[in-house]
Design a protein around this ligand. Structure first.
Ligand code: 13P
Length: 340
């Protein structure tokens, strides 16, 4: 393991005012996104949508890295250049989602454990050869009646740690993503409890596996009210609770925390990140974004699958990336949305 490569790549991914674009939707998930704008889920449509995002002029000022799906890693721009090369030329680091999805956890109804460890060592070598310098693995923790179980949290933490160790062996920076879902009627207290317990277990497992903490990034959920909860916490409460939870559980050696958006409205996800960075200027880690939906919603809609609206889609993506970049230093405000 080359510790310098890992730490410098991890730091580069959370360079000031920059965050990560998650564009690693599986075949079925990208199918749903494309269907929402009436576009068929074909290889060419997937390629041209990703091309729109990746080739957005000037977006490299706000985006440090892109997480891709396996298919995309081998695809090319409309000019015939590999995406990995085109991104690298603009200073954007190519990344790859390596998990094989969340599957039902044995003996535990309604709970999931992420699969993909078998053969991962060999797959990572191939991804590295294709140009990927960082990776992502998402664990899913569901809140509900009597869940999450200890089995679910421990099994997922173990898999995340094993994945992270394999990545570091291949000189690939692992993004460790334990997502506590926001679906459900639970309140913010419950989300804080479960997130705290999950992060505690994840860092115990990472230490047990001797993972170099300076060479990872954490991608957590924010501490937030369940989508069906009658009482929705304010932006400042989400920011305060999330910060408290992270300060209690994430070692200072970790260079950066890049949030997932998890289904939040795009502007709200920006407002939350902004509030957190406004609250604390002296956190031990960088606090940034690795949004999927919250970076892409506007772009998808503005593009609508129409070639003549390609530039409009890029403009929407650029504005969203710029807004989140401002939120990395607490300098975003609602007024910036109106100007955009
Ligand atoms: P969302 O921001 O849409 O939650 O996606 C981020 C991600 O990469 C989920 O694994």
């Amino acid at each position: 393991m080359n510790q310098d490569t890992l730490t410098s790549t991890a730091r580069e991914l959370v360079a000031p005012a920059k965050g990560i674009l998650a564009a690693d939707e599986s075949f079925s998930t990208i199918g749903k996104r494309l269907a929402s704008i009436g576009v068929e889920n074909t290889e060419e449509n997937r390629r041209s949508y990703r091309d729109l995002l990746f080739s957005t002029p000037g977006v490299e000022a706000y985006i440090s890295g892109v997480i891709m799906f396996e298919e995309t890693l081998g695809q090319r721009t409309s000019e015939g250049k590999l995406f990995t090369e085109a991104l690298t030329e603009r200073g954007i680091i190519p990344g790859i989602k390596v998990d094989l999805g969340a599957k039902p956890l044995a003996l535990h109804n309604n709970e999931l454990v992420t699969s993909g460890l078998d053969g991962l060592r060999e797959r990572l070598v191939g991804f590295r050869e294709q140009g990927a310098r960082f990776a992502k693995w998402r664990a899913v923790i569901t809140i509900g009646d009597g869940i999450p179980s200890e089995a679910c949290i421990v099994a997922n933490a173990h898999a995340l740690a094993h994945y992270a160790a394999l990545c570091q062996e291949a000189e690939i920076v692992p993004i460790v993503e334990p997502e506590v879902l926001m679906d459900g009627g639970h309140d913010i207290d419950r989300c804080e409890q479960v997130t705290s317990r999950t992060l505690g277990e994840v860092f115990t497992a990472l230490r047990r596996h001797d993972v170099l903490l300076e060479g990872i990034l954490l991608k957590p959920n924010m501490v937030i009210s369940g989508t069906e909860s009658a009482s929705q916490a304010s932006i400042s409460e989400v920011a305060e609770r999330t910060m408290r939870c992270l300060l209690r559980n994430v070692p200072a050696a970790v260079p950066g925390i890049v949030f997932l958006s998890g289904g939040q409205d795009d502007v709200l996800a920006t407002a939350h990140l902004n509030a957190m960075n406004g609250l604390h200027v002296d956190t031990p880690w960088e606090l940034s974004f690795s949004y999927g939906r919250a970076l892409q919603q506007g772009a998808l809609k503005a593009w609508g699958g129409k070639p003549e609206q390609f530039a409009a889609g890029q403009k929407a993506f650029f504005q969203r990336a710029k807004a989140n970049s401002a939120a990395c230093s607490g300098r975003w405000d609602q007024g910036l949305e109106k100007t955009a």
